[in-house]
Unconditional design. Sequence first.
Length: 126
Amino acid sequence: MKTKKTKTFDLQNVSQKTEPENFKGNTFFNDIKLEHTLLTDFHMLIRYGADNNEIKLLTAFVNRTGIEMGTEWKPSSVFLNKINYNLYEYHVSGSIDWKMLGIRIYSQSKEFDGKIELKKQNTINQ
């Protein structure tokens, strides 16, 4: 049985550090549906902190749910750019490998762009 791996993007440290920075304030989550199709959904979960009325981005997780037979989603990058106090632009990129009998026959690039508002509360959107 194949186990799924979830790739975590550290939004605090763009450089490759071995130890992530510890955040001492309250942490929150915001889930956004990047794409919905009949068989598959793409989601991004952002973990962020709030300390002294300032939002600090911590980590992001990008995953796919639904029917995935014959394909494999490989997220490669997540970028968030602050527009104002709690409004951010996001860009997610990755690829979908189409496989037959375990052999990759095609690789499709996939990108998502949009805006997200981060508030001092947990927000899980369906």
